[in-house]
Design a protein around this ligand. Structure first.
Ligand code: PTJ
Length: 256
């Protein structure tokens, strides 16, 4: 069935179609469809828009990524199916590797995801031959690449698992995550949590990074300014503010 563009839930339905297509192509696991459903429920609570707190987190994340010495973008099945072009574009602008790192690991899924990311023109694709392990994890997401996640200082992990987020933190990395659930362990553990839908957050990150790069070149801002943006950011406060916005939205009598 073709979803008409006039449908009030066009974007949401198209996104579901993309995930189902990814599931048929062996990129997304069945559990990924369930995880997306949880994400959608939170997106509904946010009004399916990028809230101010997410904008702030996206700006801060863009600064942190530009300041990173060894940035890596970590990709799982849902991310590969939903935003492969955006992942590739971001990796080219930031000249950083993209590492396939999945929870339900099979070699076939890893190579399908890696091939897809290469097709979209990622700067560099890692993850097919893991040669290192993150301490403290007993599942497949511990497996990583020495020249990628293992030696990174900053990791962008759209859709993270809570325990790996903790393991990345324990390994001394700065973690930037995109998670529609402001109450998840990942959201609370990460350094910068973007409470936004992947499909909005990735394009926003790309435009923030592009703008910052231009402003740096034109000397409208400095690295010190970006460092200040990062150090002034409190993830806890930002999440608290998202939760307040959600509850205000629902306690408002105008809300239908
Ligand atoms: O591809 P694999 O094998 O690595 O498996 C991927 C899944 C997603 C199954 C795995 O990472 C998983 O089980 O994730 P969780 O623990 O369910 O966490 C997913 C989180 O992402 C939840 O907190 C959701 O609210 C959130 N989420 C789901 N869809 C989106 C989202 N956040 C942002 N944008 C979305 N589109």
């Amino acid at each position: 069935m073709t979803v008409p563009k006039s449908h009030p839930r066009y974007l949401s339905l198209i996104t579901r179609d993309r995930l189902v297509e990814g599931w048929k192509n062996g990129l997304v696991v069945t559990q990924g469809l369930i995880a997306h459903g949880r994400g959608e429920a939170f997106d509904y609570l946010l009004g399916e828009v990028t809230v101010d707190e997410a904008r702030k987190a996206e700006r801060t994340a863009a600064c942190r990524m530009l300041l990173a010495e060894r940035l890596v973008i970590s990709v799982n099945g849902n991310v590969g199916a939903l935003v492969p072009g955006e992942v590739a574009e971001l990796s080219r602008i930031l000249e950083c590797p993209v590492e396939v790192n999945i929870f339900h690991r099979t070699e076939e899924r890893v190579s399908r995801l890696a091939a897809l990311l290469r097709e979209h023109g990622c700067y560099e694709v890692l993850g097919e031959e893991p040669d290192a392990k993150l301490e403290g994890l007993e599942h497949a997401r511990a497996l990583c690449s020495r020249k990628g996640i293992f030696s990174s200082d900053v990791v962008l992990v759209p859709l993270e698992d809570g325990d790996r987020c903790q393991a990345l933190k324990a390994a001394g990395k700065d973690v930037i995550t995109i998670d529609l659930n402001p109450l998840s362990r990942t959201s609370k553990t990460a350094d910068i949590t973007i409470v936004d839908n992947l499909i909005r957050a990735m394009p926003n990150l790309i435009s923030e990074v592009k703008d910052l790069k231009e402003d740096l070149k034109a000397e409208k801002i400095s690295r010190d300014d970006m460092e200040r943006t990062v150090s002034d950011f409190s993830n806890d406060d930002n999440i608290r503010s998202v939760l307040r916005s959600i509850s205000e939205r629902f306690s408002s009598s105008d809300e239908k």
